[in-house]
Write a new protein. Structure first.
Length: 166
């Protein structure tokens, strides 16, 4: 008894069954796992377990501290540049590694400026290491592209940005 695709579908020519099956398998295996060729070679972050502080940056007027969890009445506490230090003192977190996730909606020049400002702000607050990552909208930070890591490239943040929309 034949169980291939062509045998189970009378409208499919006999010779096409193995080829169609191979093509579908290849498409399924590679369809979602393909990397953007512009970003495939860039370093990625894999140290979320070590991060004392994780910040999701939207603007200097609004960002959230994701680690340690910082909520009031179940909601993330809005933090700004001017309120960051008092909030940080209240959290009493370690000062080894801080991670800042920056969105993709900034130009390379804005991104470079933001990275430098975050590095300075976190250094002023006693952090030994600052890593800035390019966000992708997901909650997980492992696997995100590293824009800057003060242990690897002090004072030289990456300016590589890939536009993800209009």
């Amino acid at each position: 008894m034949k169980t291939d695709l062509a045998a189970s579908n009378p409208g499919v020519p006999q010779w096409m069954g193995p080829w169609l099956t191979a093509f579908l398998c290849a498409a399924v295996c590679t369809g979602c796992s393909s990397l953007d060729p512009q970003t495939a070679h860039l370093p990625r972050f894999h140290e979320s377990h070590r991060a004392d502080l994780v910040v999701q940056f939207y603007s200097w007027d609004l960002f959230h501290v994701l680690r340690p969890e910082y909520r009031e009445n179940g909601f993330l506490v809005p933090v700004s540049r001017t309120t960051f230090t008092p909030h940080l003192q209240r959290l009493r977190t370690g000062r080894t590694l801080a991670v800042v996730v920056v969105g993709v909606n900034y130009s390379p020049e804005e991104q470079t400026r933001l990275v430098r400002e975050w590095e300075a702000l976190l250094s002023e607050n006693g952090f030994e290491r600052c890593v800035c990552l390019r966000g992708n909208g997901a909650q997980k930070i492992d696997g995100l592209i590293i824009l800057s890591d003060t242990h690897l490239t002090p004072h030289k943040p990456s300016t590589h940005m890939v536009s993800k929309g209009p």
